[in-house]
Design a binder for this molecule. Structure first.
Ligand code: ZN
Length: 442
């Protein structure tokens, strides 16, 4: 099926260029790194930027102090830098409090983080909700810390400020909304999470050109606290969300994975599985888990939104995850492009999937006298299109959507959608009201 969502020109190169530009920025859940990231994304996509003040209560949480870091290092007594934030922003513990003093080797070691299983990579670690200072280093480097004392310096601020997120909205024919969510809070890591930013940004540009049926909302926000904050700020209107996808880890060469929403059989879950089957490559559909990316907030029981998560290799399932190994080398243009194409396909199904009512339900209508066979290009006596017409007519009783009909008939969704278009034009079908369609299919 060629998706009804258009392709964007040079998408592969533009995604790679965006990732390369964003890679060096030191991001966290708050601070200038997020603002700078959103301002770069805004060059392609005019984002509306929201700032939510430190101290704002958001459900069981509070918007934290804003963290910014300018420099950080560890020096030997004779002045040689052995850890340097300017070499890699992963070296500083995220949310590290400021410090500048001489510490003993033992005290320094207690504040160093490393991963023994991957001794050459710097781990990505944070101390978001407990004030602490620290550094992250390659495990191999630990043996070099043999001086009795070190000078440690973190030039950071933890102060009242705000949490920043960006939104891009495309108003469709109906207020029912499709949410595309990606997180923007990781420092120099590529697959998790710059790949999600790149794919979401291309997708938003495509949808903006498409005059979509649904309204679309793209949100670029910090993970966890950003999702909790966004839900708190938008609680009254999230019921408009009829489908949603969290995008993360979409740039590596692993096969696609889709994690279902908590509902398990929401339209987005069925559309995602259908689209992946149609692509015909290896894929996995994972059951919902209250762990992982921000679908865990959208699918908390007080919201229970139909939001799933599209990934390639999931979080924690590749060795470079949350280490300096998650760099530009583990993502590639064809994988990003393939992720973009799959998500366009999923959204294309969601856009076209409707419920209709056959206006001539007593016996088959006479198609010949309505010129319908000619309308579908003369393939009237063989192939799928005639069967597609018959299936759509038979099952359009307001209880079966086009996706239901495609699944039950085994006929490709695109052919079913085409047949519905023809039948609609000649008055044999009428759309049921949009309201409640999600309820019917779940
Ligand atoms: Zn992560």
């Amino acid at each position: 099926m060629s998706s009804i969502i258009p392709e964007t020109p040079d998408a592969e190169q533009r995604m790679l260029r965006l990732i390369e530009e964003l890679y060096p920025i030191c991001r966290s859940i708050t601070g200038e790194g997020v603002r700078q990231t959103l301002s770069i994304v805004s060059r392609e996509l005019p984002l509306r930027i929201h700032e939510v003040s430190t101290g704002t209560p958001v459900f069981d949480w509070t918007v934290p102090k804003e963290w910014n870091v300018r420099d950080a290092w560890v020096k030997r007594a004779r002045g040689e830098k052995v850890v340097d934030f300017r070499q890699s922003n992963l070296h500083v513990l995220g949310y590290s409090s400021p410090i500048h003093r001489i510490v003993s080797r033992d005290e320094l070691l207690a504040h160093l983080h490393s991963v023994p299983e991957h001794p050459r990579w710097i781990p990505y670690r944070n101390s978001f909700y407990r004030e602490n200072w620290g550094f992250c280093v390659a495990h191999d480097q630990l043996s070099e810390f043999d001086d009795p004392e070190y000078e440690v310096f973190v030039d950071s601020t933890l102060s009242d400020g705000s949490l920043t997120y960006g939104e891009f909205e495309v108003v469709g024919s109906v207020p029912d909304e499709i949410l595309i969510w990606t997180h923007v809070c990781h420092p120099s890591l590529c697959n998790d999470n710059l790949s999600g930013i790149a794919v979401a940004s291309q997708l938003a540009q495509a949808i903006a050109q498409a005059s979509p049926h649904h309204s679309f909302r793209f949100v670029f926000a910090p993970a966890t606290i950003g999702a909790i904050t966004w839900l708190a700020m938008n609680e009254s209107r999230v019921r408009r969300i009829v489908a949603g996808l969290v995008l993360a880890c979409v740039g590596d060469a692993g096969h696609p994975n889709y994690m279902r929403s908590r509902r398990g059989n929401a339209r987005v879950d069925r559309a995602a599985e259908y689209a992946l089957r149609e692509v015909g490559q290896k894929f996995e559909v994972l059951p919902f888990s209250p762990y992982g990316y921000d679908q865990r907030q959208f699918c908390s029981p007080g919201f229970d939104l139909p939001v799933g998560c599209f990934m390639r290799t999931p979080n924690g399932a590749y060795p470079q995850y949350h280490t300096s190994g998650d760099n530009l080398d583990i993502i590639d243009g064809p994988s990003l492009l393939s992720s973009l194409a799959i998500v366009r396909r999923i959204l294309g199904i969601l856009e076209a999937d409707r419920f209709y009512i056959n206006q001539n339900p007593k016996c088959e209508p006479q198609l010949g006298k309505r010129g319908i066979y000619a309308a579908i290009g003369g393939r009237q006596r063989e192939g799928h299109d005639e069967m597609a017409l018959l299936w759509v007519l038979n099952l359009s009783d307001s209880r079966h959507s086009l996706l239901d009909i495609a699944e039950r008939s085994g006929i490709p969704f695109a052919a079913i959608a085409r047949a519905a278009g023809v039948l609609l034009e000649c008055g044999l079908l009428l759309p049921t009201s949009e309201a409640g369609s999600e309820g019917r299919s779940t």
